[in-house]
Design a protein around this ligand. Sequence first.
Ligand code: CO8
Length: 303
Amino acid sequence: MALRAGLRNKCGLSGLLSQWFSCSNHGRVCVSPFLVAQQRNNSTSPKIKVDFNQSTGVALMCMQSPPVNSLSLDFLTEFSIAVEKLEMDKTCRGLIVTSSQPKVFSAGLDIMEMYRKSPEHCGEFWKAVQEMWLKLYSSNMVTIAAINGSSPAGGCLMSLACDYRIMADNPRYTIGLNETQLGIVAPFWFKDTMMNTVGHRTTEIALELGLLYKPSDALTVGLVDQLVPEDQVLTTATQTMTKWLAIPDHARQITKSMMRKPTIDKLTSNREADIQNFVSFITKESIQKSLGMYLEMLKKRKG
Ligand code: CO8
């Protein structure tokens, strides 16, 4: 019982996770809290925990990769497999994505996967980033990002790929595509995903300046849809999910596809070229230096 309470607190989800855990006799992908706690202590512990509540048809995906849920190759692979498994189960109609890390939803792409790595590794990594976005952006499920912490760059992309974003109203958190601050350029499909959400002009300013928005500013520009007190992020996501699931699936899915297909097609028809672009860009010495300086800055800021 104490363990279960501990896990709840880890997610900051005040009581709600108990409902998810209570599904363990019915759901396909439910994981015992004991198992999760054990696995967290070894290096092969899952970076994603999925609890599927068969009675509601909603899966809760909790990112649990300390310290900041950075999107490493392993993380991305696990993420995409998890989404695909849920997608294939037609009884799963909704997916809520959240974080078990305090203060952070996701720190975005794992910079170490792009720093001083071989072109082959960078290519494989980028393919996994594309896959994560494609799976989420094109999902037939209703997808809600329960953003309970900062969400820069790839973390913001992940949130933008969902249907609806609910963020904790804590001015210490930020969200945005801050790539230019690292000396790198947000790829066209990052840009398109943001533009589809907040419009051309806001995206232009945000991307050029690499803006990270406080929650209230993110709400103003439409980068997130709703702000709630931190301890209500998941309950609000669950309530919102119920509203979305009241709409007939086929009508909602066709509408979603109509809105998103052109953006998805643009990447799927240019996937290999996009990988080549990324590899040749990221392996440039000047870009590697920028990444190295940014990593140093992160460490110094910590000190
Ligand atoms: N990748 C790898 N390591 C990271 C990352 C990251 N993205 N973010 C943080 N870390 C590390 C830190 O270096 C630190 O390591 P250590 O403990 O060894 O010193 C550890 O995680 C904890 O970090 P903090 O102490 O900074 O944790 P805080 O809780 O204080 O802050 C933040 C959390 C706000 C998330 C903060 O860590 C942060 O701002 N991180 C950087 C976020 C960022 O800028 N991400 C951009 C990644 S690039 C991307 O996603 C898109 C790239 C597109 C490429 C296109 C090219 C063509």
